[in-house]
Write a protein that binds this ligand. Structure first.
Ligand SMILES: N[C@@H](CCC(=O)N[C@@H](CS)C(=O)NCC(=O)O)C(=O)O
Length: 218
């Protein structure tokens, strides 16, 4: 039995799929772009009562939700892939810090951004304010992370971790990479390095192509 990922191209399942790819672990994807509406959310509801992707079903049949938890769990399940500093490693604290910061401070904004009406109903002006202010908040969070990290080749030093995969994907969402680079130039160099990893070129092309607004103009 292999892994099953409930996910969608360009979504929060992509760093998980990238990690499984680098780990050489077979998986299948149940495609469910939940932001498209209730029919897609229904597909996921059995695995995740929050009706969100990503969710991972392990070969043993356990279901894990929450992108950061899934990524960290995979690094523990497959330590030989060396995609996280191990417990006791001096980089572990910062690894856990930023792996928690992304879903808590940044990813959570998208529940509001994707459908501002969830909070303010049909008020178009209020919706526009939410879109603008959550973009400001996301940019601020990236700038805080930039100020606290001293990247090497990758965010925590010279070794690639799942944190790099996570940031490389989330930084491509709106307000999009040009704004990310403006507030986080050193992290920006890292994500471009992650975009260029030879072992992920086919994967990115399939799951989050560098096209249109999702390109990263130098
Ligand atoms: N806390 C969750 C957030 C997941 C999430 O927001 N997923 C989005 C897609 S990238 C989703 O399913 N949105 C639909 C909705 O919230 O209704 C995680 O970190 O996995």
């Amino acid at each position: 039995m292999s892994f099953t990922v409930y996910g969608a191209a360009g979504s929060g399942s992509v760093p998980i799929e990238a990690a499984l790819t680098l780990m050489g672990r077979p998986y299948r994807v149940i495609e469910a772009p939940t932001w498209e509406g209730e029919a897609q959310r229904d597909k996921v509801a059995g695995a995740n009562p929050m009706r969100q992707i990503p969710a991972l079903v392990t070969p043993e049949g356990e279901t894990i939700t929450e992108s950061a938890a899934i990524l960290i769990w995979l690094t523990e399940r497959f330590p030989d892939a060396r995609l996280a500093p191990a417990p006791g490693d001096p980089r572990r604290g910062q690894f856990l810090r930023w792996m928690s910061f992304i879903p808590a401070s940044i990813y959570s904004m998208y529940w509001i951004r994707d459908e501002p009406g969830r909070l303010v109903g049909d008020d178009a002006e209020a919706q526009a304010q939410i879109t603008a202010r959550t973009a400001d908040r996301i940019s601020h969070c990236w700038s805080v992370m930039e100020s606290q990290l001293t990247p090497g080749r990758f965010l925590l030093g010279d070794d690639l971790t799942v944190l790099d995969l996570y940031v490389a994907v989330v930084s491509r969402w709106r307000p999009l990479r040009p704004r990310f680079h403006a507030v986080a130039p050193r992290m920006g160099e890292v994500v471009r390095r992650v975009d260029a990893l030879p072992q992920l070129q086919d994967f990115w092309a399939r799951r989050f192509p560098f096209r249109g607004v999702y390109a990263d103009p130098a």
